[in-house]
Design a protein around this ligand. Structure first.
Ligand code: ZN
Ligand code: ZN
Ligand code: FE
Length: 782
């Protein structure tokens, strides 16, 4: 028996997932060697191919242990196991076979990762040759996606090609047992990138080599004295300033043209320092310290040690931990938390190049900390939050891109390119069983962002080794992405905006095409099948098709987009709709700031339906209520940043919830066709405001009402259609109170609720849904 069990066998494992460029082959080598197995491991175009040979019990142990002891950055999506004949030769060793350049290495490029513990130890070890070296990294950590120019993922195809390895680095790079075996960005002070400090006029202030000056020490003392420093990081430049210095932060705000208060993110040294400025629960701490190191939106402490000008008007603050060795060095004690805001002209792509920084950022800062490791693909910091112990991704970029969404239940083949929408641009490409969502690009109304999108298509085609054969785009004829689709010489399909949101949620959860769900899709703006603006939608369907089974009562938007920028216009339309012409005489803060003539002109426009598109957008309802309540973002003309009124309204509601446990709701009606009439609610809101009810209370009642209307609408549809699954998507679900309360209520009524976690529910996740829908349509044709 024993002889049979321990007979020599050879097994082949083909592994797909995040298995290249993450120390996977050295890991396999060590595991096989430890178990005394012979064989080989090699990268191929879609993953890693392993052959192991030895006594059957050792081979079995290898197969069992392989997925359990993985290196931190790797992830196995799929393994194929087969038995092959033992080799005739008697070699008893295990070998790593180098990459062949025969074809594109589809699985090669992984997201940028936070510096690992081993590297951190070296950074702090005065005996180590990389002591305090800001660019140290290994196979388990460091830059990846941002430095890749093309595949295969090998050093000559990255921006590290400019640096020739010194003999010490080369030895580590070539040693299969070294932590730096085939770590493409490997570097040390003798051979790698370096830092230098430049004045805004371009004059070099200090370099590490010039008479022992340490630019990091200098930058630290400048930050401590309130200077603004442009710091080149992993995915682009940040503007850094001490977050506890209100004068300095306000100066940055003025220079950046963000006087109105778009919140700045803050970097803290560690979780303890994060706890000084915000509440951090266990899930949030885990997310903060994950290798992606995203910004996490946290509840700000009342006595927070950050300047009021960091995030005015909001109860939350975006916090991240240091993710590059340079950040760790900058934040050493006694450094306070630093504002680290993207170095870019507002809403344009993040600045990545030194010369670009010297022209664009120099006017905003007091000095620039530059380095010569080029950034190939600019990547903003990702933004996340935790709602009910679950992650939500608001902006998906550094640390997450280009990690694919695995789709096993969907007919996903290669060659679909989805272009997304207009706001929060991000493209998605498919390859077999995977949807690969690209980085957050920004607003596609800017030409610079449009150029990035074109570059992104080229880069992704090269990374995935597929040329697009079908292009999916939004139904909106005037979006840049729709026009681009028409330009490219490939078959195109148009996907309705909210259908794409629905499909994005389904695809993230890998739901199969035969599952029908009720979609609660709440966002600001999306082009409807009828040419109107949609955004408060109840859809019934799947990838293949949908029916609109409910929606908010449409209201005219005087001036279209200008109503979105100036919410008092939307408020006027809502109040006129609910109360008629007497609305003009109401004593509401939103109207007091405007000349009577202007209000009368707008109301005539609304009556005559001139330049007044109809909108059923939930985002507009939030705008209107915020303006009626008179929160700063509701009165702003124009608003300082997208969704400002809604964010401030939510901050108010949270305060009332905590203090008063407010659960009153306003009236509304749902008709047989599923249209939700909000006029009774608007009347009551106006009454409350004119009565002098605290704005916090009105904000909380409004949130409760939105939750109730969604719940009742879902129950009505579920009753008629016999559907028990609900998908929540659309940018309004970034609202923590709405997402949490609605999920709880629906789950309490027995519904299975799907919401988006790794993929944004806002327009940043749109292309994923478009790609899934187009793939299903293509497969139906076959
Ligand atoms: Zn490392
Ligand atoms: Zn070196
Ligand atoms: Fe949307």
């Amino acid at each position: 028996m024993g002889a049979v069990e321990n007979s020599v066998i050879r097994r082949r494992l083909h592994v797909e997932g995040v298995v290249q460029g993450v120390g996977f082959r050295p890991y396999v080598y060590r595991l096989a060697s430890e178990l005394g197995l012979s064989g080989c491991v090699r990268n191929d175009t879609i993953g890693v191919d392993i052959e192991v040979e030895g006594p059957s019990d050792a081979v079995t142990r290898f197969v069992e242990r392989l997925p359990v002891e993985l290196p931190e950055m790797s992830h196995i999506a799929r393994t194929e196991l087969s038995t092959i004949a033992p080799s005739a030769t008697s070699t008893r060793c295990f070998t790593i076979i180098g990459s062949d350049d025969g074809g594109p290495l589809l699985a090669a490029v992984t997201p940028d990762a936070h510096i690992c513990d081993d590297c951190l130890e070296e950074l702090a070890d005065s005996e180590d040759r990389r002591y305090r070296y800001p660019f140290l990294n290994c196979t388990n950590c460091g830059p990846r996606f941002t430095i890749v120019k093309r595949v295969p993922y090998d050093r000559p195809n990255t921006t590290m090609a400019a640096f020739e390895m010194c003999p010490d680095c080369r030895r580590e790079y070539d040693d299969p047992l070294d932590r730096r075996f085939h770590a493409q960005p490997v570097a040390c002070p003798a051979c790698g990138p370096r830092l230098w400090l430049v004045a805004p006029n371009g004059v070099i202030l200090e370099t590490p080599s010039s008479s022992g000056f340490d630019p990091i020490a200098d930058v630290r003392s400048r930050l401590l004295s309130g200077e603004i420093i442009a710091v080149k990081g992993v995915g682009g430049f940040h503007l850094a300033v001490a977050a506890n210095n209100d004068v300095a932060v306000s100066t940055l705000r003025e220079r950046k043209g963000r006087v109105g208060g778009k919140p700045f993110a803050v970097m803290t040294r560690d979780i303890d320092q994060a706890r000084q400025i915000s509440k951090v629960n266990d899930e949030e701490a885990t997310l903060l310290s994950s290798i992606a190191r995203p910004i996490v939106l946290l509840e700000r402490r009342g006595e927070a040690k950050v300047a009021p000008s960091v995030a005015p008007g909001l109860g939350t603050i975006g916090v991240m931990l240091p993710y590059s060795p340079l950040h760790h060095l900058l934040l050493e004690p006694p450094m306070p938390p630093l504002v680290m805001t993207s170095g870019n002209p507002t809403e344009e792509p993040i600045t990545t190049q030194n010369d670009e920084a010297l022209s664009v950022l120099a006017p905003l800062c007091d000095a620039l900390l530059l380095h010569n490791r080029d950034i190939e693909s600019g990547c903003d910091d990702s933004v996340t939050q935790v709602i009910d112990s679950r992650r939500q991704t608001l902006r998906r970029a550094r640390g997450y891109v280009p990690r694919p969404v695995d789709a096993h239940s969907l007919p996903i083949h290669g060659g679909v390119l989805a272009l997304g929408g207009e706001m929060k641009g991000a493209i998605c490409m498919t390859r077999p069983r995977q949807l690969v969502l690209g980085r957050h690009l920004g607003e596609l109304t800017h030409q610079a962002t449009q150029e990035h999108l074109r570059d992104e298509i080229k880069l992704m085609s090269s990374l995935l080794g597929v040329e697009p054969s079908v292009i999916a785009h939004d139904l909106h004829p005037d979006y840049f992405t729709s026009r681009l689709a028409a330009e490219l010489d490939v078959r195109t399909v148009a996907v309705q905006h909210h259908h794409a949101h629905l499909a994005s949620c389904l695809a993230e959860h890998d739901l199969s095409p035969d599952r029908t769900v009720i979609g609660v899709i709440f966002d600001g703006t999306g082009y409807g099948e009828d040419g109107a603006i949609w955004g408060g939608e109840l859809l019934l369907g799947s990838y293949d098709s949908y029916r609109r089974v409910g929606n908010l009562r449409p209201v005219a938007l005087p001036g279209g987009d200008s109503a979105i920028r100036s919410p008092y216009r939307t408020a006027l339309a809502y109040v006129l709709d609910a109360l008629g012409p007497e609305a003009l005489d109401l004593d509401l803060p939103a109207f007091q700031a405007q000349p009577r003539r202007q209000l009368e002109d707008l109301s005539r426009m609304i009556d005559a339906r001139v330049a007044c598109p109809l909108s059923s957008g939930m985002g507009r309802l939030f705008d209107a209520v915020a303006a009626i309540l008179g929160v700063p973002g509701g009165l702003a003309d124009p608003i300082a940043y997208e969704a400002q009124p809604a964010l401030e309204l939510e901050a108010l509601a949270h305060r009332a919830k905590e203090a008063l446990r407010e659960t009153t709701t306003y009236d509304f009606e749902i008709d047989g066709g599923g249209e939700i009439d909000t006029r009774p609610m608007i009347k009551r809101v106006v009454e409350d405001v004119t009565k002098g009810t605290a704005p916090e209370v009105v904000a909380a009642r409004f949130h409760e009402t939105v939750v109730l209307m969604a719940e009742l609408a879902v129950c009505q549809i579920a009753g008629a259609e016999g559907i028990g699954h609900v998908a929540l998507s659309g940018g309004c679900f970034h609202n923590r109170m709405l997402t949490s309360r609605l999920s709880a209520r629906l789950e309490g009524s027995g519904f299975q609720v799907y919401r988006q976690e790794r993929v944004p529910c806002g327009d940043g996740g749109l292309s994923l849904g478009q790609a899934a829908i187009a793939s299903v349509w293509m497969s139906n044709e076959r």
